[in-house]
Design a binder for this molecule. Structure first.
Ligand SMILES: Cc1ncc(C[n+]2csc(CCOP(=O)(O)OP(=O)(O)O)c2C)c(N)n1
Ligand SMILES: [Mg+2]
Length: 608
């Protein structure tokens, strides 16, 4: 069965830039009992057509696979195979990442014996009341399609279903096929047709006529329209269409974390980031907008300022999305279709209609003012302990337009969203659906496998680095060179700031505020060097710029470490974020924060 499964995977093809290529670029694998004998032997046989990469941590390897598919704009993907038990459940967090971010990912964890003869095997849970439960049942809520393969012929329909889910722009996400270990090793006479080459293409769904007409009418009636563009625009390869649409109709554009880099940084109607970590320019327009054209976005709370960002009287949302669930959020007028097709048809329907010139002009001026403000935060400085924003500025100055910056959690996503200036579409790779600490380095590996010709710069906090760093070694094994910039502020800086903002005492976030006998003086360069990377610690922003430039020249992964200020962050721009503050506390700071919280919540729209 395992041999048939991998042979099926090699026969799945797609067309990228006119070339027919395999859908599955490779398989990340950590073997154990439950996959080494079955899947391991099968993968060995196809190692030249479907390469196997050995990783160091299952969660990290699935992050790498997810990042690969995201960087390939969901056109191509990877699979992950694990042993049963801990190897399998180590994947679960990564499955959630792919699920939230709508990224195709094929997970093939090993499972217990279907024949139950040796029960309980090593790493098998025993549910006293349900003989069908195994640890892999935890994949159900984080999979778009879950199946347990208990007979060899089941993979015939299961893989067909898996492929439909993985290649569907509206449905795609993780697929988990839990492979019982005895079944992996069983023989079955599969029909030859099962192994025939199949070419998958990305569906460009066209809209319903009535939905299109309603959306056009709503746009025509708008005086103050804004576009919010999300990851869906990039997955649809609609960035040029979006730029043309904005320009033709004079509508300013704000970008979500997943959507950033769709518009060129110097587009006069590109307001940059929108929402909680948004620019002043984008958020001022959002507050006043009477129509929000939401393209390919899930409208998560960071985008909508927890639904307090859009304050315009009777503002209306048009939800252009392949997924009806997203298209109709907050009573949006749904326009269920592909982003590129939808924008083209809207534009044709709008004809020469343009937003009022004063509104467009206001946007252009707001953008200019924001760029001046932003530069104050990112400019070169001699600061002894630089801010994250100053580090962002230095890395940017050492960069090239084709670079891809990768990040996921901590204070950096906010700073990068506001301040990073991507040079080209896809140049900003942020995992901010699950914002999973530990995604950064593993994600960088996946991005580099997808885009070997572009420089991949991972920006990561000390906390995330310590949570997952072992794929530095994998990046060296795979020849997937990364430049990793570690911002060491000695703790969970952003959560400490959040704690203070909600009235809390600094507690259990920065290392100095923890219960400890002794504070560790963590030597990140020694650690990175021990994994095989070039490693250097820099003492200033000028040294950082020089070190990133040197790292560009290396063919092997580099880690550049800089100490940063844990208390500083960019206070310009931004919007309110709903974080629940205790209603009662013995501490007056919490009571004061709660009073502010109650006030802020009055601006939140509930459902509308
Ligand atoms: C796996 C995981 N655990 C916990 C969190 C909550 N969290 C978000 S940021 C953060 C601290 C990150 O620390 P660091 O990487 O040093 O970045 P900094 O906040 O200092 O910028 C924590 C604990 C998370 N996002 N992911
Ligand atoms: Mg930190």
């Amino acid at each position: 069965m395992a041999q048939a499964l991998v042979r099926f995977l090699t026969a799945q093809k797609t067309v990228v830039d006119g070339k027919t290529v395999p859908v599955f670029a490779g398989v990340f694998a950590i073997f154990g009992h439950g996959n080494v004998a079955g899947m391991g032997e099968a993968l060995y046989q196809v190692r030249d057509t479907l390469p196997t990469y050995r990783a160091h941590n299952e969660q990290s390897m699935a992050h790498a696979a997810t990042a690969y598919a995201k960087a390939m704009r969901r056109r191509r993907m990877m699979a992950c195979t694990t042993s049963i038990g801990p190897g399998a459940t180590n994947l679960v967090t990564a499955a959630a990442v792919a699920h939230v971010n709508r990224i195709p990912l094929l997970l093939l964890p090993g499972d217990v014996f279907a024949n139950r003869r040796p029960d309980p095997v090593l790493q098998q849970l025993e549910d006293f009341g349900d003989g069908t439960v195994t640890p892999n049942d935890v994949f159900r809520p984080v999979s778009r399609y879950f199946d347990r393969i208990t007979r060899p012929e089941q993979i015939i329909p299961a893989l067909a279903r898996a492929m439909t889910v993985l290649t569907d722009p509206a449905e795609c996400g993780p697929v988990t096929l839990a492979l019982c270990q005895d079944v992996q090793a069983e023989a079955y006479d599969y029909p030859a047709s099962f192994f025939e080459e199949r070419i998958w293409s990305s569906r460009r769904q066209r809209p319903d006529e009535d939905e299109l007409a309603a959306a056009i009418a709503a746009l025509r009636a708008a005086q103050k329209p804004v576009i919010v563009t999300g990851g869906g625009t990039l997955y649809s390869e609609a960035e040029a269409t979006l730029a043309a649409f904005a320009d033709k109709h004079g509508i300013p554009v704000g970008e979500t974390q997943a959507g950033k880099s769709a518009l060129s940084h110097d587009n006069p109607l590109g307001m940059g980031a929108i929402g909680v970590t948004g620019t002043g320019a984008a958020n001022e327009l959002a507050a006043d907008a009477d129509l929000v054209l939401a393209v390919g976005t899930r409208l998560q709370d960071f985008t909508t300022g927890s639904w307090a960002l859009f304050k315009g009287d009777k503002h209306r949302i048009v939800g252009l999305n392949t997924q009806p669930f997203d298209a109709a959020k907050h009573k949006a007028l749904p326009l269920v279709c592909d982003a590129r097709v939808g924008l083209e048809l809207l534009s044709a329907g709008l004809g020469s209609w343009k937003a009022p010139a004063a509104w467009t002009q206001k946007a252009i001026e707001g953008r200019g003012a924001w760029l001046k403000t932003a530069a104050r935060y990112t400019d070169a400085s001699n600061a002894e302990l630089p801010s994250d924003a100053q580090v962002v500025g230095a890395v940017q100055r050492a960069g090239k337009p084709s670079d891809i910056v990768v990040c996921a959690a901590g204070g950096l996503p906010g700073e990068l969203h506001k301040l990073w200036q991507p040079g080209a579409p896809g140049g900003y790779h942020m995992e901010y659906g699950y914002s999973c600490m530990g995604y950064e380095i593993a994600g960088g590996l996946g991005v580099k496998l997808a885009q070997p010709d572009r420089e991949v710069i991972v920006m990561v906090g000390d906390g995330s680095y310590l949570m997952a760093n072992s794929e530095i070694a994998t990046s060296i094994m795979a020849g997937a060179k990364l430049t990793i910039v570690v911002l060491d502020n000695r703790g969970y800086g952003c959560i400490n700031r959040l704690q203070r903002a909600t009235g809390g005492e600094s507690f259990n976030n920065l290392l100095r505020d923890t219960r400890h006998e002794e504070l560790p003086d963590i030597d990140f360069t020694a650690h990175a060097a021990s994994l095989g990377a070039h490693a250097v610690k820099v003492k200033s922003l000028a040294e950082l710029e020089a070190a990133v430039t040197v790292a560009r020249g290396h063919s092997r992964t580099s880690v550049v470490v800089i100490d940063t200020d844990p208390l500083e962050s960019t206070d310009a721009g931004g919007a309110w974020w709903d974080v629940a503050v205790p209603e009662v506390s013995v501490r007056p700071q919490v009571e004061a924060a709660h009073a502010n919280y109650v006030k802020a919540k009055t601006l939140q729209s509930i459902g509308d």
